[in-house]
Design a protein around this ligand. Structure first.
Ligand SMILES: NC(=O)C1=CN([C@@H]2O[C@H](COP(=O)(O)OP(=O)(O)OC[C@H]3O[C@@H](n4cnc5c(N)ncnc54)[C@H](OP(=O)(O)O)[C@@H]3O)[C@@H](O)[C@H]2O)C=CC1
Ligand SMILES: O=C1OC[C@@H](O)[C@H](O)[C@H]1O
Length: 412
């Protein structure tokens, strides 16, 4: 009962956080497009951040921008995306446009000296990623900050999950994400090839990013990929469902599976499963002629949506054997389950509240960088963002649907 109350209370507060007074010199954000994800990923987290103000929105249709601004309490409506990136009162441009427009608008905003919070997946492909993340605009003195918003990284439970993994001993890992049927409509940006849509770009990007972190390595090849195409009027080169098998150094295998079409009764929160190879562990209590072997399995329930619910099960199977002939003497399993919603719960003194979503934790670190403070050290580096797009390209190449198209810059 107490657990249910905590769950409901946390999730209520996650959507209705306290509104804190703003500092005298806040960072002013503008959003390009009246994006669906805006409230969850930025406006609600900003309410509890004393240094963040959501200042302006621009949409292709000004009336739409006005309605969006009214709904979300955004004070300024600008005439166009161009007007927003040129507006002197804006410090940060939040880009939650279709994937295919990320590259051109991120570069355009950086050119105007704006910091950029860039939705995932960062761009359409690795070519764009190289150009953007290695842009000279980012290395000059006083350069703006660009963040590839892979939000799950910033949540404390991801840090705890990673602490349960010995990256060099992982032999297999999988990521599964199931979106119930009907949520993504045929006209959605995710089903538009020209806008760099596709389920691998969207859902798969989380799995690919998590696998790369779990193995602490880049995939060497995509050995299998099956995709289910979308149905018309969506683009035929977009996937509504995928499974892919990636090979990592040393022969380790990572699998991703995702769909926008799971029956509601089969819906589960996204999960990750990680298997380690058997490894010898020290134990003073066993005989000198014996060895103790541990085989670890870690399962993370609630990846991507850790605030709603998260639980990490670490299951260790131990075996004591004779060292010489490897004959088993005894075998048992130990299991620890843990949830974490704040750094405090994992023994780290870092800012955060249990109701903070991954987006709020991410916003905290983004602001720290902009302000030139050290923060907690969690970040998504330029090289990681490029490697991520290379891995996504590898999967699309294997799928037969091909790498997502690059986009001409169309900025004035
Ligand atoms: N971090 C996370 O958890 C999530 C991240 N995302 C990412 O955020 C981005 C936006 O996703 P989402 O908010 O669902 O997207 P939306 O469908 O809400 O589209 C975002 C905006 O794109 C603009 N847009 C510009 N050109 C086009 C075009 N040709 N066709 C359609 N829309 C266009 C529209 O702006 P206008 O108002 O000007 O018409 C629209 O408001 C994606 O990159 C997605 O991957 C999405 C969901 C969750
Ligand atoms: O980033 C995302 O996370 C949640 C998904 O359901 C959504 O499609 C995606 O854009």
């Amino acid at each position: 009962m107490a657990g249910l109350f905590t769950f409901l209370h946390r999730n209520y507060k996650a959507s209705n956080p306290p509104i804190v007074p703003k500092s005298s010199d806040p960072i002013r954000f503008g959003i390009l497009g009246a994006a669906n994800i805006g409230p969850d990923a930025l406006f609600i987290p900003a309410r509890s951040h004393p240094e963040v103000v959501i200042q302006a929105v621009a949409a292709r249709d000004k009336a739409k921008a006005k309605a969006y601004a009214d709904k979300h309490g955004i004070p300024v409506v600008l005439d166009s995306y161009d007007a927003l990136i040129n507006d002197a009162s804006i410090d940060v441009v939040y880009i939650a446009l279709p994937n295919g427009l990320h590259f051109q608008w991120a570069l355009a905003a950086l050119e105007k000296g704006k910091h950029v919070l860039l939705e995932k997946p960062s761009v359409s492909n690795a070519t764009e990623a190289e150009l953007l993340f290695h842009s000279p605009l980012l290395s000059k003195p006083g350069a703006p900050v660009l963040l590839d918003a892979v939000h799950y990284n910033f949540h404390p439970t991801w840090q705890y999950f990673m602490s349960q993994i010995n990256q060099t001993d992982v032999v297999y890992a999988s990521h599964t994400v199931l979106v119930p049927t009907g949520i993504i409509k045929p006209t959605d940006i995710r089903y538009n090839y020209d806008l760099a849509g596709g389920a691998i770009m969207d859902l798969g990007s989380y799995g690919i990013s998590a696998l790369r972190a779990i193995f602490a390595a880049e995939p060497e090849s995509c050995v299998e990929c099956t995709v289910k195409p979308t149905v018309p009027p969506a683009s035929e080169l977009c996937d509504a469902e995928y499974t892919a098998k990636l090979q990592f150094p040393g022969g380790a295998i990572g699998e991703i599976r995702g769909t926008y079409d799971v029956p509601w009764l089969k819906f589960r929160l996204p999960n990750l499963e990680v298997l380690h190879r058997p490894t010898e562990v020290p134990d003073d209590s066993i005989e000198p002629n014996q060895v103790k072997i541990r085989t670890r399995k870690v399962v993370f329930y609630g990846h991507m949506f850790a605030t709603i619910y998260n639980r990490i099960d670490t299951e260790d199977t131990f075996e004591v054997r004779n060292r010489d002939d490897q004959q088993p003497i005894k075998k048992w399993t130990e299991k620890i389950s843990k949830s974490a919603h704040s750094f405090r719960e994992i023994g780290m003194e870092q800012p955060g509240e249990t109701y903070w979503k991954s987006y709020r934790y991410q916003l905290e670190e983004f602001v720290q960088r902009i302000k030139g403070r050290s923060g907690n050290g969690i970040w998504v580096s330029a090289d990681e963002s490029i490697a991520q797009m290379k891995a996504i390209d590898m999967v699309y190449a294997k799928s037969g649907f091909g790498v997502r198209p690059s986009h001409e810059r169309q900025v004035s």
